[in-house]
Ligand binder design. Structure first.
Ligand code: SF4
Length: 272
């Protein structure tokens, strides 16, 4: 994984800050530009640490399971990055880990609205009540849901964290949300060795009408035993998780000269 960017000192003028939100302290990674995380859109991806599941094929196990071992990002750096990039991005993706575990995620998403970009939420589907609240509040424009396996295989697929009954209850509600919000939900499954073609067909049969299942290929990593690593077409490489913005001369970093949209924190007059 690339060296995380953690500045010793603020690289934007003191004053406006998003530090009022504890969500910032849960951020563990940023991808500046992704072409595969939101179909049809160029986007930046923000990764929150922490997850309530323990999927054996987890591609972000480090930040998902032991976020305390990974440094917090410096919030003004992230905001600077988003301000610069917002001119040509189509959207922002909030991912993880499991972002619905972040206590003040709604406040964080409301802050992101200030960049004037649509926002997509990535979730494992285990907290549909949070997804429902965010949709009702108009804080997310799209939702990607990982459907891990047919319900009967959910315990094994989630490291015994979500049993078949709980999985069915959660995903039934997620599917209802997808019906209630047409065109906003994406569903995907990683084709691990435990999830074969018949399982994929079974998952497809669960989805609401007019929704397709995106199947992500599984690639074993040599570094983390059973954890999957990235596929170059559909999943990010591990080293892309955290981007530096404080490099001297980096046109998008602290020394950058490009103009950018106003930082929502500045617009809101927050102090940091
Ligand atoms: S839900 Fe996602 S982040 Fe959490 S353990 Fe499973 S694959 Fe990893």
């Amino acid at each position: 994984m690339a060296a995380p960017f953690v500045s010793a000192a603020p690289c934007v003028p003191a004053g406006p800050s998003a530090s009022a939100f504890s969500a910032w302290s849960a951020l563990r990674g940023v991808e500046r530009l992704s072409l595969c995380d939101w179909p049809g859109k160029t986007c930046a991806v923000l990764f929150f640490g922490g997850c309530n599941l323990r999927c054996p094929h987890c591609h972000n196990a480090g930040i998902a399971w032991t976020p305390e071992r990974h440094p917090e990002l410096f919030a003004p750096d992230v905001r600077k990055l988003l301000s610069v990039r917002s001119k040509w991005l189509d959207g922002i993706v909030v991912s993880g880990g499991e972002p619905t575990l972040v206590p003040d995620l709604a406040d964080f998403l409301a802050f992101l609205r200030g960049y004037g970009l649509p926002v997509k939420l990535d979730t494992n589907g285990s907290r549909p009540e949070v997804v429902a609240e965010l949709l009702a509040a108009g804080l997310v424009d799209a939702v990607s849901v990982d459907v891990k396996a047919p319900f009967a295989k959910y315990s094994a697929a989630t490291g015994e964290r979500l049993d078949p009954v709980a999985a069915q209850a959660c995903l039934t509600r997620v599917f209802a949300l997808a019906v209630a919000h047409p065109g906003r939900f994406f569903f995907r499954t990683t084709a691990t060795p435990q999830v074969g073609p018949r399982d994929l067909d079974a998952i497809r049969a669960l989805l609401p009408d007019r929704h397709v299942l995106t199947v992500q290929p599984y690639v074993q990593t040599s570094e983390e035993g059973s954890h999957a690593t990235a596929d170059t077409q559909t999943r990010r490489t591990r080293g892309d998780l955290v981007a530096r913005t404080d490099r001297p001369g980096d046109p998008e970093g602290a020394q950058g000269q490009r103009s950018e949209r106003p930082d929502p924190g500045q617009a809101a007059g927050r102090q940091g």
